[in-house]
Design a binder for this molecule. Structure first.
Ligand code: PEP
Ligand code: MN
Length: 347
């Protein structure tokens, strides 16, 4: 930590701050400048730096406190410099293969989910997505089918040899949803629901952690750290667009965060171009761009008849559009020395 004292701080003021730091377990190295003094604090690896910085900022004689190290440890790239692979029912996310996940925004009917699964699996998707518990901005909007929806999703995935990713919103339902899912999705609105993060941290299945729509990279990685600290390091990060000022798209898909997150963390990173753009015509180009940016997978909304979808129809690809996307995705993956992961009968 680096503590910058205010101009005019006396030697006594510096001593007082240093004493506080010593009591916390730090060693201090003051540097006295002509107008300003800075204090370097080192040697306390296990102290909560966030908390210490907050205390020091309360001193009127302190101008600024800078944290030098990263506030997250378990998910930091340094913890696994080679990068980690998260296996979703045996499917590796984070290896050389780019994993395609597809399915409707929300599970509506058996017919809808089976038709979607049949088509997207034939096209090359390995993981079926679909919400049975839907976070809705309005309490009057459709909230999802709940358990019957989970049953349909699981049955459709099993029928076509796919795995399941689906959202859990309630810490009390983590076990229930976990009985049907191969990966638990934490939605953008819940990225900072710390009780939910701790609960999925106790689960023994992978977690797809969406980026909060106004979360900084560091906040997103600290949310992942919550899950890891609770005991579950099988985490896949998902960029899904952030709030911005322009309304031409629903969100601003931040593709620069893909290489940035991969540099800062060993966790795999996937991209959701559907929530990320909110517009069907933007989904294919941004899917290709996401692969070029180094995404380890894509999660895409697909529906046999998006114009009649209960939710998110405007950003949902028709099944034929998803079929057309996959060969293009293969070309882009090839161009950067990767491949689209194909179904493996022995997996
Ligand atoms: C979704 O995947 O349909 C969804 C609601 O995602 P997000 O939490 O990113 O909005
Ligand atoms: Mn959706």
């Amino acid at each position: 930590m680096i503590i910058v004292m205010r101009s005019g701080a006396t030697r006594e003021d510096v001593d007082e701050v240093s004493k506080h730091l010593h009591e916390l377990g730090f060693q201090t190295r003051p540097i006295f400048g002509v107008t300003k003094t800075i204090v370097g604090a080192v040697g306390a690896p296990d102290v909560d730096k966030f908390g210490a910085a907050e205390q020091l900022r309360a001193y009127e004689t302190v101008e600024e406190v800078h944290l030098v190290g990263k506030p997250y440890k378990l998910v930091a790239r340094e913890a696994h410099p080679e990068g980690s692979i998260v296996r979703v029912g045996g499917i590796p996310i984070g290896g050389p293969g780019v994993v395609m996940m597809a399915g409707p925004c929300t599970i509506e009917t058996e017919e809808q989910v089976f038709a979607t699964a049949e088509s997207v699996s034939r096209a090359g998707a390995l993981i079926l997505r679909g919400g049975a518990y839907k976070p809705s901005t309005s309490p009057y909007s459709f909230q999802g089918l709940g358990v019957p929806g989970l049953e349909m999703l699981r049955a459709a995935a099993d029928r076509y040899g796919m795995k399941v990713v689906t959202e859990v919103m309630d810490p009390r339902k983590v076990d229930l949803v976990g009985q049907y899912a191969d990966m638990l999705q934490i939605g953008t609105r819940n990225m900072q629901n710390y009780d939910l993060l701790k609960e999925v941290g106790l689960a023994r299945i992978p977690v797809l952690l969406k980026r909060g729509m106004s979360a900084k990279l560091e906040e997103w990685l600290l949310a992942a750290e919550y899950i890891a600290a609770a005991g579950n390091e099988q985490i896949v990060l998902c960029e899904r667009g952030i709030r911005s000022y322009d309304s031409f798209a629903r969100n601003t898909l931040d593709l620069a965060v893909v290489p940035a997150a991969k540099a800062a963390s060993h966790l795999p990173v996937v991209v959701d171009p559907s929530q990320g753009t909110g517009r069907r015509n933007l989904v294919t180009p941004m899917s290709l761009a996401a692969i070029a940016a180094g995404a380890d997978g894509l999660i895409i909304e697909v529906h046999p008849n998006p114009d009649h979808a209960i939710k998110d129809g405007a950003q949902t690809l028709r099944t034929d559009q998803f079929e057309a996307l996959v060969p293009q995705a293969k070309q882009v993956a090839l161009a950067i020395g990767r491949e689209i992961l194909a179904p493996d009968p022995v997996r």
